[in-house]
Each structure stands twice: as C-alpha cells, then as structure tokens.
Design a protein around this ligand. Structure first.
Ligand code: UN1
Length: 511
C-alpha cells in the first residue's frame, strides 16, 4: 500500500536501494558510513545514503577545481541556458520532489510543492540574470583614460544547507552560482540527505546532455565534510544556513583564512498588531506564520506584539483558530500542522515551554506531544501560545518549533523597540491601516530587520527580493535583487589609451 504515492515518488526520483546506500549522484564519491534517513511523518526508514569519506571529499574537490577552469569560460548567457534546462527538469519533477520534501522533512505537501516552485522561479530569475551581470563604468580623473569594473566568477562555492528548506535554499545558491560562472560543492543536512540526492539526480541529465563536466555540480554528504569545507582554501565562498551557534563557528573559521561567507542564521520574527489592524488579515498571517512548517522556518512568526486595545480580541480569535488546527500526516491535505523533524526537536519544544513558565509566562493554548493513532513517530506536537515578556531568556532565543509568544504594548514607538529588542534581525511585520505607523515602521528608526513587511506575515518571502537579515542572523543576502554580487569577484580596470603616463592625485614623478 502506497497511500500517499511515496514509493512511486522515490522511484521517479531514482532513490531505490534502501539497504545498500543510495549513491549521491553527480561528481560523487561515496565510500563512508551509511546515513539513515527516517521520515518524521511515520517513523519509517526511507533509505540510506552513503556518506563521503575525507578521501571522497578530496576527489570531489579535484573534479570541482578542474570543472571550474572550463565552466568559467562558458559565456554567462550560455550558462543561463543550462540553468533554464534545469528549471525545466524541476518542472517535470515538481510533484515527486514536493512529495519527498514533505515526507522526509515533514512540511505539508502544499509547502513541499511551494518549495519546488521557489526552485523553478529562481532558475527563471537566474536565466534572466545571466545577461545582466552588470558592472559600472567610471570617469577617470586622468585624460585619455577609461575606468570600469567587471565581475568575474569566484571559484568553488560551498553550500551548507539546513533540513527545513532542504531543496529551495540550495537552489537559490546553486543557480546564482552557476550563472555567475562558479561551480559548487553542496553539503546538505544529514536529516534530509535524500532530498539532496533527488536534486542531483534531476540535474545530472542536463549536465550529461550538454557535455558539462560533472564537477560543476557536486554533492558531498556526512557531517565530517563541514569542517573540511570550512577550512578549505580552495573554497573562496561558503553559503551557510543554520543556527546562530554553528554560524558563529563557520564565520570565524572561514574569516581566519580570509574566505567569504553568506550567513543565514536564526530569526526571532515578530508581527506588530496595531490598533489600526484588520484582525481577519492578522489571523491568517499570524497563524500560518507561527504553525506553518511546524514553526521550523527561519522566518516563522515567534512573537506577536499586540496593542493593548486589541489584546483580548486577538487572543480570542487566535485561540479559536488554533482549536481548529488539524495536526497529522502532512501529505494529507486536510491537515494544517505536520511533525517536527525529530524527537530532539520535540524535546526542545517541551523545554522551551517549561522555561517560559519558569520565567513567569502563561500558557494560554496547547503545548505537549500529540499521541495516538497516526502519531507513532513521536514527532507531532500541539502548537502553543504563551503570554510572555520580551526580556525572558527563552523569548530572546529561537526555538525551532510552533511556540508563539504574546506581548502587549501601548505606543507604536514601544512596539518597534520590542520588535527590535532581540539579538536576531531576519524578518518583521506590522498589521496596520495607519499610513503614519506603516511609514515609521519602514523608516530608518523602524524595524532593524533584513525583511520588513506591511499587512502580510513574516514568512513566505518571494524569491525576487534579497533574502537575509541583520545582527545574529548573520548579514548575508541570497536569492533575488543583486544578491548575485556575493558570488562574484569585482575587478576595477583602468586603461590608458594616451601616450603619456600621468599619475593620479596630481602627483608628479619626473625621470
Ligand atoms: C528558511 O526558513 O530557511 O520566506 C527560508 C520564507 C521562505 C524561505 C525560508 N521563502 O519563509
């Protein structure tokens, strides 16, 4: 019985051998131990993936170095053509890949499909970008001189991705890197290795058909690879998505060797519910923001900062909305909330609730593990709402689970201060119909986050904008706008087409 079509999806994606270890696809050398991937949906062992040993890693890097020499010479619009074909392959595999994301990671099928849609969209974006890697020209201060800048490929990009967006975040990095003329080595989360294998299988055919060296797109698996990548001088740029704790280590290690990083670390995102808010809109934004992906997005809504005049009404509608949430198998479209990634995450959820209570918080809805039929994996929890104070230690931290903290305010200035009063700076939003409040929130004395929204929630950013945040979120930007610049190196060129050699700054040096 293949109720949700998972076996069929796995076979379409080329993932079959659960006992011997699925091969890791393109440019892969895998001789290490077996990584077992269990589904948080039903606790089933989906398949095993053979991890890369340090020797495998060296072999992959040798291929990547070789491939870069060829790939950087392919004209950028031709690189875009390869990415266009990858986007078409992703269109063909949207359904099974979305199912696998849902089954291996635990997010709803709708969100799994949405994640694949983000991949398709970033491919389209990157194709257009491949003809728009613009540099500026400048006016030289010297006669008969010309100045301009060019953007050159950087080399091998290391992509270390997290379990919560097991495919989309890779594609944001991979597709931009490819049109920029870089090659990449991808180390996915060991909690979702099959999603990575599936992606490699999907794009492999495009490389083969176009006779592109396989080292352009490499995959390595297993936790031992993280440190190898961080310390590898052949990797000028590492894009890391994960916790602030690990991100701090990556940042230091890579900076020590003068490598560059793009860091996408923790968020602690708030929605301000103003007295001028439309409450029916707040409801969808806040509830999807807080319980979507079971609270495991870096953009998840973790705090609601509510005007005192709206507080009781907001609490009442939230409670009745939470009471209607269906928790269960995320492949079943009747359910709103799927499982957490594993039992460790469940433990963090329970501990955070206990800590909030110990600090004086009041649980007004939910909490606890969901047990019984269909919940055998032990990863399902009941989303929780807690009345809290912003300064609680637990509120200042990111707990990757569906816990929503409610905080009261009286003036808009105070609300903005609360919103900014956490170490993280990823996403933020205000629900208001007041033009003054909205503009204040978006002004230089408003939100300090990388993303600031009005009348939509904190999560679900579109790929066209630059994605990332400030402070402990790490400062990186990925995806749209001019995020591509981080994947290239800038070169300033000054050309003298005269027959004299005047020095800049008016300096005379007569020989
Ligand atoms: C993440 O949680 O790591 O804005 C990325 C969003 C998604 C991306 C989240 N587009 O919620």
């Amino acid at each position: 019985t293949d109720t949700f079509g998972i076996q069929q999806a796995l076979s379409k994606l080329g993932i079959q051998d659960i006992n011997n270890g699925t091969s890791t696809g393109t440019a892969s050398f895998a001789n290490g131990e077996l990584i077992e991937s269990y589904s948080p949906v039903d606790g089933t062992l989906i398949a095993k993936v053979t991890a890369s040993t340090p020797d495998d890693y060296q072999a992959v890097m040798a291929k990547a170095e070789e491939a870069f020499k060829a790939w950087r010479l392919v004209p950028a619009p031709k690189r875009g053509e390869i990415v266009r074909q990858m986007g078409n392959e992703l269109r063909k595999f949207k359904e099974p890949l979305g199912q696998l994301v849902s089954y291996e990671m635990g997010k709803s099928l709708q969100e799994g499909l949405g994640e694949v849609q983000e991949m398709i969209d970033i491919c389209d974006f990157a194709v257009g970008l491949s003809r728009q890697l613009y540099g500026l020209t400048m006016h030289s201060e010297r006669p008969l001189h010309r100045m301009y800048e060019q953007w050159h490929p950087m080399g091998i990009v290391g992509i270390i991705s997290a379990f919560n967006f097991p495919v989309a975040v890779w594609s944001w990095n991979a597709m931009l890197a490819l049109v920029c003329g870089d090659v990449f080595v991808w180390k996915p989360s060991s909690k979702t290795p099959l999603c990575a294998v599936a992606c490699q299988n999907i794009i492999k055919g495009v490389l083969e058909r176009n006779e592109i060296p396989e080292g352009v797109c490499s995959l390595v698996t297993g936790e031992a690879c993280n440190e190898l990548i961080n310390n590898d001088k052949r990797i000028p740029l590492i894009s890391f998505t994960g916790s602030t704790r690990v991100g701090r280590h990556v940042s230091k290690t890579v900076a020590e060797r003068f490598g560059k990083t793009i860091l996408e670390l923790g968020g602690n995102n708030a929605i301000i519910v103003s007295e001028h808010a439309d409450l029916s809109m707040v409801l969808v934004g806040a509830v999807f923001g807080a319980v979507g992906t079971a609270g495991q997005r870096c953009t998840t809504t973790r705090r609601l900062i509510i005007h005192e005049s709206m507080y009781d009404k907001t609490v009442a509608v939230l409670k009745s909305a939470y009471a209607q949430l269906k928790i269960g198998n995320p492949l079943d479209s009747n359910n709103h909330v799927g499982p957490l990634i594993d039992k460790t995450a469940v433990q963090s959820f329970l501990t955070a609730i206990e800590n909030a209570k110990a600090e004086g918080g009041t649980v007004i809805y939910g909490g606890g593990i969901t047990e019984g039929d269909g919940y055998e994996s032990g990863c399902y929890v009941n989303p929780c709402i807690i009345e809290a104070k912003n300064e609680y230690k637990v509120v200042q931290e990111e707990t990757f689970a569906p816990i929503l903290y409610l905080i009261k305010y009286s003036t808009i200035e105070e609300a903005i201060e609360l919103q900014n009063g956490v170490p993280q700076g990823l996403s933020s939003s205000i629900f208001t119909n007041s033009m003054r409040e909205m503009e204040l929130f978006l002004s230089q004395s408003g939100s300090d986050c990388g993303i600031a929204n009005v009348n939509i929630g904190t999560s679900g950013a579109e790929i066209g904008g630059a994605f990332g945040g400030e402070k402990e979120t790490g400062g990186g930007r990925e995806s749209g706008s001019d995020a591509w610049r981080a994947y290239m190196r800038r070169q300033t060129n000054t050309i003298n087409y005269g027959s004299q050699l005047p020095l800049a700054q008016g300096i005379r040096f007569d020989l």
